[in-house]
Design a protein around this ligand. Structure first.
Ligand code: HEM
Length: 362
């Protein structure tokens, strides 16, 4: 698996969130948000960064073909004839217009217009749109847009705010916005997922690298929902106390979100089940890391859940870590909550994967 593409995709998600968060917050009056300072230079860097990061998967494809066709010919055919290449061309054109719009400080509506076009271009080159074009582009663009609106505002307020003024006014619009975004993220996420694999294949998918990374992503969303409840609802009362610092808890939530971004970035580089050829017989025993991420597992496989004492213990420990996040909200620093979130993800993933009994389908 090439290491650069997930890192580039991860950077992409971050840059898109910062740009969308910046545009959304322009629509919010100063009396309803903390003082946020986001340098214009960073806006321009994020926009150019997206052109560079979205080019990485294109370059990987060009390198794949340049042995046979030569670099120039491979580059021309990949950029002009593949969905990933064409998507990058669209993104580059729209990003240049966006860069000019930011540089000349034009209206927030025009900024929003170019960003949405760039997201449609990302949806155009996604896995799901190669499976079902219209449903794919629509569900992927909705998914990505909702993620960047919610997480974009969260990143700006947690990492670029200078104070915690107007916090309760901020929560009054941000909590409902986050709820609407999360509902749409789940709805579009299920549409993407069930366009890529049938619901009945979800469990058998745990025998493939794609299915296991999707499971890891789903598990990592659970602590995020808990943090969202803490930051959006439980902290309302606490935010009246002068010594309560709500931005620290938003930072914790944003760190776990970065984990979801990384798992999603890796997911985007793995072959979905419909692309997986029946694997040849494996000869050597996979290492535990390869086993953990289902590398080279013999396909087709049927997966059954066969819990053991160890896996039930692991899952119970995972639930304990979730409980500890709530307890730490009352009594400890958010650093512990972030760690408990990470431990929850790891122990639940191990508990579920060790509960898997794999049966080759003859
Ligand atoms: C906190 C919640 C979530 C976040 C932050 C998130 C983030 C993302 C992002 C950024 C992408 C775009 C990937 C790309 O095009 O490179 C994506 C794709 C995807 N998401 Fe989510 N997502 C979330 C929840 C969900 C849920 C609940 C599901 C399923 C039920 C889901 C399923 C998917 C799938 C299947 C893809 C396509 C991956 C691929 O094959 O490239 N996501 N998600």
């Amino acid at each position: 698996m090439n290491l650069f593409t997930p890192i580039a995709d991860f950077g992409n998600y971050l840059f898109f969130c910062l740009l969308v968060g910046y545009v959304v917050l322009q629509f919010v009056p100063q009396s309803k948000k903390p003082t946020i300072q986001f340098p214009k230079s960073l806006l321009l860097i994020c926009t150019l960064g997206i052109i560079i990061f979205t080019f990485v998967p294109v370059l990987v494809l060009i390198r794949f073909f340049d042995d046979t066709a030569g670099f120039a010919q491979a580059a021309a055919s990949v950029i002009l004839t593949t969905q990933v290449g064409q998507g990058w061309l669209f993104i580059t054109v729209f990003a240049i217009f966006l860069w000019l719009t930011f540089y000349l400080e034009r209206s927030k509506y025009i900024q929003g217009f170019w960003i949405v076009l760039m997201m449609i271009a990302i949806g155009y080159s996604s896995h799901v749109s190669s499976q079902s074009f219209v449903v794919g582009i629509f569900s992927h663009t909705t998914h990505f847009l909702m993620v960047t609106i919610w997480v974009g505002v969260l990143f700006h307020v947690s990492w670029f705010s200078r104070d915690k003024q107007h916090w309760s006014e901020f929560l009054q619009w941000f909590t409902p916005l986050a709820i609407v975004c999360i509902i749409n993220i789940f709805a579009s996420g299920f549409v993407i997922m069930f366009t890529i694999e049938k619901p009945a294949e979800y469990l058998d998918g745990w025998a493939t690298p794609y299915g296991r990374m999707l499971l890891l992503k789903h598990i990592s969303i659970i602590p995020i929902i808990l943090f969202a409840v803490i930051n959006g609802i439980l902290s309302r009362k606490a935010s009246t106390f002068s010594d309560y610092e709500p931005r620290k808890w938003l930072k914790s939530e944003s760190l776990i979100l970065l984990l979801v971004f990384y798992f999603t970035a890796v997911l985007g580089t793995l072959s979905p089940p419909y692309e997986m050829p029946p694997a040849a017989q494996t000869v050597e025993t996979p290492t535990w890391v390869e086993w953990l991420f289902a590398k080279d597992i013999l396909l087709p496989i049927e997966v059954d859940i066969a819990p053991t004492f160890l896996t039930v213990l692991l899952i119970s420990v995972a639930l304990l870590f979730l409980l500890l996040i709530i307890i730490s909200y009352k009594k400890m620093s958010p650093v512990f909550a972030t760690l408990f979130g990470g431990c929850f993800i790891l122990t639940l993933y191990l508990g579920l994967i060790f509960s898997c009994a794999l049966y080759p389908v003859i």
